[in-house]
Design a protein around this ligand. Structure first.
Ligand SMILES: [Zn+2]
Length: 577
């Protein structure tokens, strides 16, 4: 907003977005968001703090900014003169306000940058103050929230300002090692060295609506490349589409989103990590008895029914308080995989699942639930975040298979799936997978290396689609029904083979007939399977998970006799004649 008079005397402001003349008090009540066009005006750091934290909960850090001029920098004016002017103009010591506070009742350490102070530039004092804030978070074992607004490193401090990118990042790394949540809130504008360090290397990156973030500024890029920049370049929405931020959040929703994330992180920390080896779990008991046999091809068709509940449907019904997190941080946000924190029976969990849709338009928009490498990398990022925050992971598998496109191959589909299988194999937090519809091949397994693998009664799980199998092994693909029967891909079959631990019964005739009842049963089954896992120490959990999958091998034992065939498929051991 453009104003001319000193702040207290202002009655009116003109919106930078739509040029409306706005009554200042009304604008303030609306958190400095234009009620006409939704344009988010830049906030001064003290106002931002007041908007974000619980009333009267903010305590500034005792540390004060030290005035530095490490290289005696002079342009038209000596650097100390510019610093002095910034201090007088803003009433701040430096370009950041740091302290501790509560957000939605949850304690945090908080650093809020102020763009008015030398463009929010990152100098030695700013770097030191943010680092102290992070160290305070570590000492108090609370999350760190960083609100960024910066043109980049402070050139008047030379290479020492560049070093601050590393200094603050190391403090963020310390919190990561300690399993403490770090969140950055990107506000307009965030560029250069701040964008390329603590604005984006935190656990969760929220971008305020209208914020722009980039490494190089648009003017520089135009000068260097001569290119015309795409519409909306470097805006929050652009960043979301390109996998750079978790969420774009309007200002009025920031507190709520932060509160939900902080609540999840706090709950993870409240659960003591068990050290004792517990008694054998009930979860090791024999698998639940499968329901009456159905024709496999009919089951395939049921599993693909367009009315079948999707992951987002289950998140609406079986879970509460879902906060979706987006992006692989590398260049894309795959719509075929959704994930984020949610509550199941009151307990925060990380939910990751394939997303299909009910209409043709939805299915196309979600690529029919076929994940790209970016989708697998998003899933990987969320799994690792869950492990750091000690949140259990629940995966919902419903995919015909991973995206078989040219782009997917160029972007390393195979390696992306492989990395997820590896990561899940060592993930030190409980993982419960549910095959809810189609469990298609490697794309399914990329989310299903779990401590407990459940399957809805009319879901299928297979190494290849029946059509694909028929095309390869039968004379033609019309043999798909035969292939479906031969592949042993129903829940009952897979339960017998030990691939699946439990079949979750569906309402009659199937989940699409009564989605609410299906969700209720899914929620109950996941809760029951998760509960015993929470008491298992992480090392034991990982060891047992690997043993679970080790069972499926088959080999002739090299025990000297050469007589014994050991077939460990969970159901039988055969001895050769
Ligand atoms: Zn406006």
């Amino acid at each position: 907003m453009t104003t001319t008079a000193p702040r207290d005397e202002q009655l009116w402001s003109r919106c930078d977005g739509c040029a409306s003349l706005l009554y200042r008090k009304r604008l303030r009540r609306n958190l400095d968001v234009c009620p006409e066009c939704g344009s988010h005006a830049r906030l001064e750091a003290p106002d931002r703090v007041a908007q974000l934290v619980d009333p009267d909960s903010f305590t500034p850090l005792p540390e004060r900014a030290v005035r530095v001029d490490p290289i005696g920098f002079v342009d038209a004016l000596p650097y100390p003169h510019r610093l002095g002017a910034a201090r007088n103009g803003t009433g701040l010591d430096e370009a950041v306000v740091c302290g501790t506070a509560r957000v939605g009742g949850h304690p945090v350490a908080l650093a809020v940058m102020d763009f008015r102070f030398l463009g929010g530039s990152l100098g030695c004092a700013v770097g030191e103050l943010i680092t102290r804030t992070a160290e305070r978070a570590l000492a108090d074992a609370v999350p760190l929230v960083l609100v960024t607004a910066s043109g980049g490193a402070r050139m008047q401090e030379g290479a020492l300002s560049l070093m601050q990118m590393a200094t603050v990042s190391q403090a963020v790394a310390g919190l990561r090692e300690a399993g403490l949540l770090t969140v950055s809130v990107i506000t307009d504008p965030t560029f250069g060295g701040v964008a390329a360090s603590f604005a984006t290397n935190t656990d969760v990156v929220l971008a305020e609506s209208g914020a722009r973030l980039g490494f190089a500024g648009p003017r520089v890029i135009r000068q260097v490349t001569g290119a015309t920049l795409p519409e909306g370049f470097q805006t929050a929405e652009f960043l979301l589409r390109h996998g750079q931020v978790d969420l774009v959040v309007p200002r009025h929703a920031l507190r709520g989103r932060l509160t939900a994330l902080l609540a999840a992180a706090e709950a993870g920390r409240r659960v003591p990590v068990p050290r004792q080896e517990p008694a054998p779990r009930r979860a090791d008991a024999p698998a639940a008895a499968p329901g009456p046999a159905r024709d496999a091809w009919e089951t395939v068709r049921t599993a693909r029914h367009p009315g079948r509940p999707t992951t987002l449907d289950y998140l609406e019904t079986a879970f509460d308080g879902f906060v979706e997190l987006h992006g692989d941080r590398l260049g894309a946000d795959c719509p075929a995989i959704v994930g984020g924190v949610a509550r199941l029976d009151g307990r925060p969990v990380m939910v990751i699942g394939h997303q299909k849709g009910h209409t043709t338009a939805e299915l196309v928009a979600r690529n029919f639930g076929m994940a790209s490498p970016a989708g697998h990398r998003k899933a990987l990022r969320l799994m690792r975040l869950a492990a750091r925050l000690r949140l259990p992971v629940v995966t919902l598998v419903d995919t015909p298979g991973a995206d078989p496109g040219v782009d997917a191959e160029q972007q390393g589909q195979a390696a992306a799936i492989a990395e997820n299988i590896l990561a899940l194999s060592v993930l030190p937090t409980p993982v419960v997978a549910v095959v809810t519809g189609e469990g298609g091949s490697g794309g399914a397994l990329a989310l299903a290396v779990a401590d407990r693998v459940l399957m809805l009664e009319h879901a299928v799980y297979s190494v290849i689609s029946p059509e694909g199998c028929a095309a390869i092994l039968w004379p033609d693909s019309s043999a798909a029904p035969q292939a479906a029967r031969a592949l042993r891909l129903t829940a009952a079959d897979l339960c017998r083979l030990g691939v699946v631990d439990e079949v979750v019964p569906e309402p009659r005739p199937a989940a699409h007939g009564d989605p609410a009842a299906a969700a209720e049963r899914l929620g109950r089954a996941v809760t029951a399977n998760l509960a015993p896992l929470l008491a298992v120490p992480p090392a034991t959990l990982v060891r047992r998970r690997r043993q679970r999958f080790r069972r499926f091998g088959a080999a002739r034992a090299a025990d000297g006799t050469g007589q014994r065939d050991v077939i460990r498929n969970g159901t039988r051991t055969e001895v050769a004649p």
